[in-house]
Design a protein around this ligand. Structure first.
Ligand SMILES: [Zn+2]
Length: 539
């Protein structure tokens, strides 16, 4: 999703007061739901806001803060998102320690499985032992192995819950969410000014906000203020299935390679000279090495024949280390320069890459590239990206890159035959693209993937991707057959959204996405509440 910020024209005192009241009421309402979601009865429903909503509607709930019916529901959804984000971000840490534990694959899989579902997870606190029934695993987990895992997860969970109240205190009232039924956009024919009339606290009385500029406003929007004087409207387009930060348009994923330093999700290449440099350096090195071997053979022959003088001369004059090393140093400096130049051209606020400690994993290293040089490239990329992140102030987010080069961004199909050298062609839906670009498109998705986290083992990633793909295929089949499909709930809805987003991502190819606001947001900040409200039904 790409968020467009629309600023309002100056608002009069009455409007400011009315909007201020909505902001405060919404914050309090959200707080109410956050507290509720921390209770034993509701914590398992974090991803089921509709269940909570339906129950409260049935009980004729009236907003505690005076919000209209439509709006308390939005605040509830918002609160669920917040809680979910809180837990998922903490789970990343838990998953990292699971990954590092000397457990069996099966135990780790069990641990991830426990974390993947809230009711299952919270049942651990009631001394319930969830039975591992993953269909894809024939091997049952032994009781004492399961116990080790459960104890660890339970302890981690208890400590998370203890820290949980903190998410309440830090929240400042600064925004509220509106869906399409809560506002109306119209334009004054004479002045051409756009007006947004939004739902306030009084039924039937909308607050009219004049907007700067002209652009479409649709879907779920967020009215944001930092000081209750200046307001802006955040409009999201192309809703992808996952939560994106406000500055989604400033996100750039880089797929590193050998022909060029990196390719982003729009197909833009950086550091295109790298390939030629590496090939030349490798060829030169092979060539020089061959010549040196010949000379070495001549020197050895001379030595055997008793001509120690000639042998020494060759070794000193033709087989010295100084030039050889200097040349290698030159080559490395050239690579560093190319990588540096590449990073200098990147102006995004958030840069997503695969984990650089084992970059290029699973990639064809190209037999032509000298091994020492390839590890130099990796080291240089790591150092440069860390350095540039500090200097240029972008957020460097590393993600799990497993199968990003084999997954179809359009339909989700994972297959090794999807990629052939630098061409990507989906074996399922025939989506075509340039392989590096496709990998980068998948990296963007990974950045906000709440299921596939950085330390998840390859096998588990594959399983998750396969399940998703199967679900979306099945979903499409049922959607075709049944006309009673709820339009606003579940998977295929978001899946379609994602497809649309990706199609437009491709057509937007190479369109510049320069920073709108100079404010620097950290990823973690953007991922915490208040930034976006998206219905997530993918999992
Ligand atoms: Zn496909």
């Amino acid at each position: 999703m790409r968020t467009v910020k629309r600023h309002t024209l100056p608002l009069n005192q009455t409007k400011l007061e009315k909007l201020g009241l909505v902001v405060s009421a919404y914050a309090k309402e959200k707080q109410y739901w956050l507290s509720l979601l921390q209770t034993k009865a509701y914590r398992g429903l974090i991803r089921k806001h509709r269940v909570i909503r339906d129950q409260f509607v049935k009980d004729q709930y009236q907003s505690v803060t005076g919000l209209q019916a439509r709006m308390w529901k939005l605040a509830l959804t918002d609160a669920c998102e917040t809680m979910d984000k809180y837990f998922q971000s903490r789970f990343d840490v838990v998953k990292k320690s699971i990954y590092q534990k000397p457990w069996s694959e099966n135990q780790k899989h069990y641990a991830y499985w426990l974390l993947s579902d809230y009711p299952r997870l919270f049942s651990l606190l009631d001394d319930v032992v969830p039975v591992f029934d993953s269909k894809n695993r024939t091997q049952a987990i032994e009781h004492h192995h399961a116990k080790t895992v459960i104890n660890f997860i339970r302890t981690s969970l208890i400590s998370l819950l203890r820290k949980q109240p903190k998410i309440n205190k830090t929240r400042k009232a600064r925004s509220f969410v509106l869906d399409g039924s809560c506002y109306h956009l119209y334009q004054d024919e004479v002045t051409q000014t756009q007006y947004l009339s939004v739902m306030g606290l009084e039924a039937g009385k909308r607050i009219v906000i004049p907007l700067k500029g002209q652009q479409k406003v649709s879907g779920t929007i967020r009215i944001v203020t930092d000081d209750k004087v200046n307001y802006r409207v955040h409009v999201g387009f192309d809703v992808v299935a996952n939560i994106m930060p406000d500055d989604a348009m400033d996100i750039e994923a880089l797929d590193f390679g050998y022909s060029e330093v990196a390719t982003n999700q729009h197909g833009k290449h950086y550091g295109v000279k790298l390939g030629a440099m590496l090939t030349k350096a490798t060829d030169d090195r092979t060539d020089k090495g061959r010549k040196r071997n010949k000379l070495r053979a001549i020197a050895n022959k001379a030595f055997i024949k008793g001509d120690a003088h000639k042998a020494r001369n060759i070794k000193n004059n033709n087989l010295g280390q100084v030039k050889w090393k200097a040349r290698e140093q030159d080559v490395k400096a050239g690579i560093d320069r190319e990588i540096n130049t590449a990073f200098n051209q990147i102006h995004s606020k958030i840069v997503v890459t695969e984990d650089l400690t084992h970059v290029f994993s699973g990639k064809d290293l190209g037999s032509k590239v000298n091994y020492r040089l390839s590890s130099w490239v990796k080291g240089s990329l790591r150092k440069r990206s860390e350095f540039k992140a500090l200097v240029k102030g972008f957020d460097h987010k590393t993600v799990n890159a497993a199968y990003t080069s084999q997954t179809c961004p359009a339909c989700g199909c994972v297959h090794k035959n999807n990629r052939k050298a630098d061409k990507f062609k989906c074996t399922h839906c025939a989506f075509e693209g340039q392989a590096d670009q496709v990998a980068a498109m998948n990296l963007v998705e990974r950045a906000y993937d709440r299921e596939i986290t950085r330390y998840m083992p390859h096998g588990v990633v594959k399983q998750a991707l396969t399940t998703r793909f199967q679900r979306s295929v099945e979903g499409k089949l049922t959607a075709g057959k049944s006309s009673t499909q709820q339009p606003d709930c579940n998977e295929q809805d978001t899946r379609h959204g994602a497809e649309k987003a990706l199609t437009s991502a491709v057509s937007r190819k190479a369109k510049s996405t320069k920073a709108v606001s100079p404010v620097h947001h950290s990823v973690s900040e953007s991922l915490t509440p208040n930034s976006a409200l998206v219905d997530v039904g993918r999992f």
